[in-house]
Design a protein around this ligand. Sequence first.
Ligand code: NAD
Length: 735
Amino acid sequence: MDLKNFTWSVDSDGIALLTWDMPGKSMNVIDESVGHDLNAAVDAAVADAAVKGVVITSGKDTFSGGADLTMLERLGQTFKDAIKAKGPEAAMADFFEQSRAYSLVLRKIETCGKPFVCAINGMCLGGAFEIALACHARVASDNPKLRVGLPEVKVGLFPGAGGTQRVPRMADIQSALQMLLKGDQLKADRAKAMNLIDEIVPADKLIEAAKARLKAGVDPVKPWDKPKFKLPSGPVYSAGGMMVWPPANALYRKETYDNYPGARAIMSAVYEGLLVPMDTALRIESRYFASVLRTPQAQAMIRSLFVSMGALGKGLRRPAGVPATQLKSIGVIGAGFMGAGIAYVSAQAGMDVVLIDRDVEAAEKGKAYSHKLMTDQVNKGRATSAQREALLAKIKASADYADLKDVDLVIEAVFEDPAVKADVIKKAEAAIRPDVVFASNTSTLPITGLAKASVRPEQFIGIHFFSPVDKMMLVETILAEKTGDKALAVALDYVKAIKKTPIVVNDTRGFYVNRCVGNYIKEAHLMVMEGVPTVMIDNLAKQAGMPVGPLTLNDEVAIDLGLKILKATKAQVGTQAVDPQQEKLLTFMVEQEGRIGKKAKKGFYDYPDTGKKTAWQGIKALVGTQQDPDTIDRQEIIDRLLVTTALEASRCVEEGVVTDPREADVGSILGFGFAPWSGGTLSYIDMIGTRAFVKKCDALAAKYGDRFTPNKLLREMADKGETFYGRMTAKKAAA
Ligand code: NAD
């Protein structure tokens, strides 16, 4: 048998071992050829009377992370081409058959008449877990890193190869829906409790155990292919079913605001599929899969959350020709809120850290943050105390710059004051090796200005983290005027080492992410001044798909910080750069009312020690009677919040702050959660269409003022019918 991705051997008991081990790849991924191989293997098993059963396993450290989503991206493109070539109906028919080919292969495993056992040795996700579910039994190793799950919903898709049908036929319906809708990755014991795994065995006994199962006899007919099959939670139309489905629908709406076609399709496919026999159910699932795959939301999410994020993580922007750096130790100056977090993530990545502050006590305080985070992990059973001690041993708290003599990179996170930073830069540069790169974590000061204090401006760069550092996956790397390739390469190697995703932007006030998020919050401030109720603004933002409403976000970031930035902008750029209404609100909140945000338990909301936050009613003293919510145009509020944010991204493109739409999109989702269903700020504009977006902006500008006036680039693009991604493709083709 000629298999591209698997090896096949049959032992003396007639048990075939089908080992998935894709040549030249560190991980197994599902592409077109994997389906062909599985199909051939099933045919071979059926044709050979000597084969009594088959064990499917992996030859890699993990089983497989699932499908190569670029394959689905290609499928989408093929569909678009086919519409042009054959017309929509024929294209749709082809697309349906192509997108369900893999599902049919798995159904063939399930119904071929010979028993298949899946031996899961490590992470087994998405389309790979669907192979396991199609087998007649599943044995998992006790590898602590093992996870099984169907995470497709997280990239806008849904499991399209039987996952939505087999899981709720094996597990109780509540657990099944939760797993599918959240895309949870389950540990082996949880999967076993849900009946998705039959047995957990020591890693070195995995194949033996799978074979033993076959020898003991595994029924090659699935329960649902037998006439008397009963669903684990009973029929859909039953008293039990009625207890599940109406609240499940409500929960679905609460979690997604109906923004995600993939999640909606899960609900429909499970509900409809459980009413019919398996083959029809799989056809229903395939229909939803094909339709979800064609939605702009799924296409944009696959592009940003899988393809672009993957490419950026692998070094899309790394200058070629600079040898990779192995950062063994780094210096972090400023052991406050951010510096403490940077020290922690660096030590987690195995680096030695010299953590410097004005005195050793302050530095130790910063180190104590790592102790706290590790203790939380120990308490949750995710780390041992020995691991905590090992991590703490990597961090040296100090007040002596001489301790920086051996570090390979320095990141400063001292007070946001150019004079303080200049002093730190001088002291650090006097202590470090001449080849070492110096990075600033400033959030508001242009890097080019700070680099003036450096004697090696070509080795000076911005590495801008987001808070909390241990949770936020984005790092914005900022190029100053003189930043050289080596500094960028080192910064990107560092970001890769700490397993975060970098975007590279050019120097400007607020860089990219904070410019966009600043607009999002500013629009909410102006709405407050118009008398829109606080809670309504935040709730509508969440309905728009934002994870956190702008006023809640402002409370978390700190309102006094906002006022400080506004004052600095006014001083440095001029009065015209700030909106008087916003200034009035922030001055009232901070200087008159002392409402500086969550840190003081009072901002736009009150934060009682126990119980939920409540909207602060004192705002009415400034804005007067608020508008009646029933008279407010919901969609307009949603549009204003998303449009002002996306418009700023488009200005950043025009000014050359961001140079690649993929970075703008990924940065907006990882940096502040810009409506992930849209694929990010620029995908949002592309999805609406530049012409329609410009029209929307003009209408909002007529009503609310110039801040909505589209930038020149956007108008030109609208005139030519261009999109941001279309321009990128054209630029690449021309290069
Ligand atoms: P912070 O006030 O919590 O910490 C600053 C630390 O720097 C303090 O521990 C202080 O003692 C120390 N420090 C001050 N002068 C020093 C000196 N001369 N030498 C050594 N240490 C000195 O501030 P933070 O929130 O951690 O912010 C630090 C930097 O990170 C700022 O540039 C800020 O703009 C940036 N930043 C902050 C955030 C955020 O959300 N807080 C996000 C991104 C970037």
